[in-house]
Every structure is written in structure tokens, then in C-alpha cells.
Design a protein around this ligand. Structure first.
Ligand code: GLA
Length: 399
């Protein structure tokens, strides 16, 4: 007996990717999935320090269509981003088409955990601007993981799925990232921010008091490479800071256990650079707590101020900004109707997040692009995004 299930949010790109899959692989896919991008509102580099994050999923997506290849150990990939077919003879890390490492990595970790995934064909398309810091990589991982579980008929607990996709990114793609991206992509909720505790993995949704506020993502055109040793280097410095404090107080496990008073008392004893890294993480945890309260109370001006403070701490303490991101934030701050702005995600390029009054949108787009171009010679693009639901299966066909 064969049955088809359709989800009401079936939309254009999902239909498009079905057709692309059918043209490319001469058969219909057994699953079509959709995973959104994410933005971190506050809580920069806190996730791998067992800290706090406020994030949300955005209405830019990766769509994936998948089916079995039916061939031993052969995997086939097609992306509408570059219209090229990649055939892989074994699930090993690829040097050439790097993007296939994300789905291949997810497949490999699923198998290691005992899930009955088998070789697959996968076609993808999407609307997430690449390399902009919106985590197209996590969206691709989650879209692939959900597609594989649908095609091969097994279910994975969402928290486990987040871990599997994170592990895929770290072992197959070289970035030892935290869980923020995968978690936000899976658990996002329309018109809500996600308040996540990365120690307990408990999360709550907080309504975003939109009033007349919009969320703008401005890309800097500087491509960040998270695999850069910079990200992994910051992780080590944070671990070093935690170790310093745990020697003083054995109850300290991670930077989550270090208060700003404890940090202050270590000034002069702790290496200067390590001190600054810890100051960023500890400050971010505090800003997330305050940010949640401001959001609940609809205090957007106060919330926006936290965004500026977060960026300043990135610039000075964590040193994960760059002149282009600073220029974007400074420009945003000089414009009418802007509540706050900061870099979002790993840093060293990518995008800024800006909260802005609806009436100021046109002026913002025009002025920030012109000002940025004049100062840096680069093109910025501005995307106004809505907060959306997490990833899901759009279409599945079971035989
Ligand atoms: C990247 C990583 C996340 C997180 C952020 C910074 O997006 O993938 O795990 O560490 O940077 O907050």
C-alpha cells in the first residue's frame, strides 16, 4: 500500500526541488524537507560554554529532496546553487564539493548511532544567503537528517538530531561548533525567540513584541570560514579560563559557573587575552538574562542597547568582529529608527543583525548600503526577515 502525506505549508521551492530531483534522478523523491536559517539575538559564543542564548529561526530556508540511490555505497548530490551533480563512491570526507560533506557527515553519524540510513540521492535548493552567518550549514544538516529519517522510516528525537548534526559538522567539516545553530533550526517558533540553556538543554519560547519592529540581516560580503582556526582557538581560550577558575573553586565546571565578581577578582592573575574572552562570555550570559526580561516586557529600546553592548564586547573582548562588521554596526547606530545592532554568529565576517522601526526601513536600506560601499568598497545586502517555525518534513511518500 502506498500513501502520500502533504503538509499544508508546501510551497514553491518545495515543488521546485521535487521536480529538480525527478529530472536529475529519473524518479520522484520519497521525502521533501525544509529547514530555516537562524539568527542569534544575544548570547555570542556562549553555547559551547554551557551558557545561555536567545535565538530565532528566520524565514529563509534550505529545501532538500531525497530518495534511495539503490546502489551500493553510491551517493548522488545535486544543488541548484551551482547546478552540478556530485557522485560519491563512499561516505568519506570530500575535498572538492565541500557542501556534500554536510549531508554525508549526517549520514555517517546516523549510521554510527545505529540508525538504518542507506546510500541516498539528495537535491537541494534554498533561499538562505550563503556565508552570511545565517547558518545555511546547520539548515542543510537538519534538512538532510530529516530527509534521511523519512526516506528510511526511522525517527530520531529532535535533541539527538541536533547533536548528530553538530557532530557531523565537527567531524566531517572541521568546525568544533556548539549546538546553537542546530537547536535553533529545529526548535524555532513563529513570532517567538528561543531562550536556550546549553547546560540543561532546556528551552523556552518568548513572544517577540513586534509592535513596529523588524529584523534586518545585513551581509558584509566578508566570507567567514568557521573552520578557521579562529573559532576553535576561541574555544580553547574559554576552556583555559574555565580551568583557571576550577582550580580556585572545584565547583566550577565551565564559564557558566563564573560570575563577573569572580572574574573581576582574577584580574591581573589571569592571562589578559583569556580574561577578555571570559569577560565576553560572562557578559553575554548576563545580557541574555536581561534581554529575555526586556523582550517579555516589550522594552525594545532597552533590548536594542544590549545588542550594541554585545557587539562592543565582541569587538574589544572576544575580538571576533572585523572592520566591515564594525562599520555596519556604527552606521546602523547613526540612523533613525534603529533600536540596536550587532554581529551575529561566529563572527570575523558574515552579517549583522539590526532591530529597526518599520518606518525607517527604506531609509536604512539605502543609507547603509551607500555608506558601507563608500567606506569599505564592498556591497552590503539587506534582508528583512520574519521569525518562523523550525524545520519539518513537507512531503513524504511511504511504500
Ligand atoms: C557559530 C557556531 C555556534 C555558536 C556561534 C557563536 O554559529 O556554529 O555554535 O558558537 O557561532 O555564538
Amino acid at each position: 500500500m502506498s500513501g502520500e502525506r502533504h503538509n499544508p505549508f508546501m510551497n514553491l521551492p518545495a515543488n521546485e526541488i521535487r521536480k529538480v530531483f525527478a529530472n536529475q534522478f529519473n524518479t520522484l523523491p520519497l521525502a521533501v524537507t525544509r529547514a530555516p536559517g537562524r539568527v542569534e539575538l544575544l548570547g555570542n559564543h556562549t553555547d559551547y560554554n554551557e551558557g545561555l542564548v536567545l535565538s530565532c529561526a528566520l524565514d529563509r530556508y534550505i529545501y532538500a529532496a531525497a530518495g534511495p540511490t539503490g546502489k551500493n555505497n553510491t551517493f548522488e548530490f545535486f544543488s541548484t546553487f551551482n547546478s552540478s551533480l556530485v557522485v560519491v563512491a563512499d561516505a568519506v570526507r570530500q575535498q572538492g564539493s565541500a557542501w556534500v560533506n554536510y549531508p554525508l557527515g549526517v549520514y555517517t553519524i546516523l549510521r554510527e548511532k545505529g540508525f538504518p540510513a542507506a546510500p541516498f540521492a539528495l537535491a537541494i535548493t534554498g533561499t538562505i544567503p550563503m556565508g552570511a552567518g545565517l547558518s545555511s550549514s546547520a539548515a542543510l544538516e537538519i534538512a538532510s537528517g530529516l530527509a534521511l529519517s523519512t526516506v528510511y522510516g526511522f525517527s530520531v528525537d529532535p535533541v539527538e538530531m541536533a547533536h548528530i548534526c553538530r557532530d557531523a559538522e565537527s567531524t566531517f567539516c572541521g568546525t568544533n561548533c556548539g549546538l546553537l545553530d542546530q537547536f535553533s533550526v529545529l526548535f524555532g517558533k513563529k513570532e517567538h525567540a528561543l531562550f536556550i540553556d546549553f547546560r540543561s538543554l532546556e528551552h523556552q519560547t518568548v513572544p517577540i513584541q513586534y509592535q513596529d519592529m523588524l529584523l534586518a540581516i545585513t551581509t558584509s560580503g566578508v566570507t567567514h570560514s568557521l573552520s578557521d582556526s579562529a573559532y576553535n582557538g576561541r574555544r580553547k581560550e574559554c576552556a583555559e579560563a574555565a580551568k583557571f577558575f576550577s582550580k580556585r573553586d572545584s565547583s566550577v565546571v565551565s564559564l557558566r559557573d563564573v560570575s563577573s565578581t569572580m572574574l573581576e577578582s582574577a584580574k591581573g592573575e589571569l592571562d589578559d587575552v583569556v580574561y577578555k574572552r571570559a569577560a565576553h562570555v560572562i557578559g553575554e550570559n548576563e545580557r541574555v538574562r536581561r534581554g529575555v526580561e526586556f523582550l517579555k516586557e516589550g522594552k525594545l529600546t532597552e533590548f536594542g542597547t544590549l545588542l550594541y553592548q554585545s557587539h562592543e564586547s565582541s569587538r574589544v573582548n572576544f575580538e571576533n568582529s572585523c572592520p566591515e562588521l564594525d562599520t555596519l554596526v556604527d552606521y546602523a547606530a547613526s540612523l533613525e529608527g534603529v533600536y540596536g545592532s550587532r554581529l551575529t554568529g561566529g563572527g570575523w565576517g558574515g552579517a549583522t543583525l539590526t532591530l529597526i522601526h518599520r518606518d525607517a526601513v527604506d531609509e536604512f536600506r539605502k543609507k547603509i548600503r551607500a555608506g558601507y560601499k563608500e567606506k569599505t568598497g564592498r556591497e552590503a545586502s539587506v534582508h528583512f526577515a520574519a521569525v518562523t517555525d523550525g524545520a519539518g518534513v513537507i512531503h513524504s511518500k511511504s511504500e
